[in-house]
Design a protein around this ligand. Structure first.
Ligand SMILES: Cc1cc2nc3c(=O)[nH]c(=O)nc-3n(C[C@H](O)[C@H](O)[C@H](O)COP(=O)(O)O)c2cc1C
Length: 184
């Protein structure tokens, strides 16, 4: 197998990315943080440099870095943020104004015991970043710690590397025009 096809299926395929990938995590008791660190380790095996940071350090300018950004977020309360993601959650809710183009993906960590708010935060982050003009370069993943979080994460992570390798999409002039009014 060669090229893109091979990279989808080979566990050790290298991924060529323009710059290092940033992973932000929202975690209360450490599960999601550990997944972020695991992602960094899995990336290192593919020569992908991943920088891991808690969402308490998130600055909107991170979205302008021309790279692809990954969010791993646990849910608490009624599908709300972890303590370290509270400011990020507020920022997401504050306005619908479009941001300059950026690419992101989200893996939510939750438990289906909270049936009414299962992975509320992961779904919210994905929806709000899309609303703000981001493009999800890879589908939203939803991990269920009640059933098999490891399995969910590994399934999601398997296709991630090929998606990271794909070139950024061209922007539409209309969207870029609307973005001229952007606010960070
Ligand atoms: C008090 C409490 C509230 C929670 N609320 C939700 C929720 O609304 N939706 C959900 O999907 N999971 C919920 N969970 C499950 C956590 O998101 C899950 O245990 C997750 O693995 C925690 O990740 P962390 O260790 O990174 O904080 C809740 C857990 C606790 C202890």
């Amino acid at each position: 197998m060669r090229g893109w096809f091979a990279s989808c299926f080979s566990g050790s395929a290298k991924v060529d990315t323009e710059s290092s990938i940033k992973v932000f995590y929202g975690s209360e008791s450490g599960t999601t943080k550990n997944l972020a660190l695991r992602l960094r380790q899995l990336g290192a095996q593919r020569s992908v440099s991943i920088v891991v940071a808690g969402l308490e350090t998130f600055e909107p300018t991170a979205l302008a870095s021309n790279g692809k950004i990954i969010f791993l977020t646990a849910s608490y309360g009624t599908g709300g943020p972890t303590t370290n993601a509270a400011d990020f959650h507020k920022w997401l809710a504050a306005t619908d104004t479009l941001l300059p183009p950026f690419e992101f993906c989200v893996f939510g960590v939750g438990s289906s015991i909270y049936a009414d708010s299962f992975n509320g935060m992961g779904k919210y982050v994905h929806a709000r970043l899309t609303k703000r003009g981001g493009r999800a370069f890879y589908p939203l993943g939803l991990g269920d710690s009640l059933v098999d979080l490891d399995h969910d994460f590994l399934l999601w992570e398997t296709g991630l590397w090929a998606a990271l390798q794909a070139p950024r999409e061209a922007h539409s002039p209309k969207a870029d025009c609307e973005r001229e009014r952007h606010l960070w």
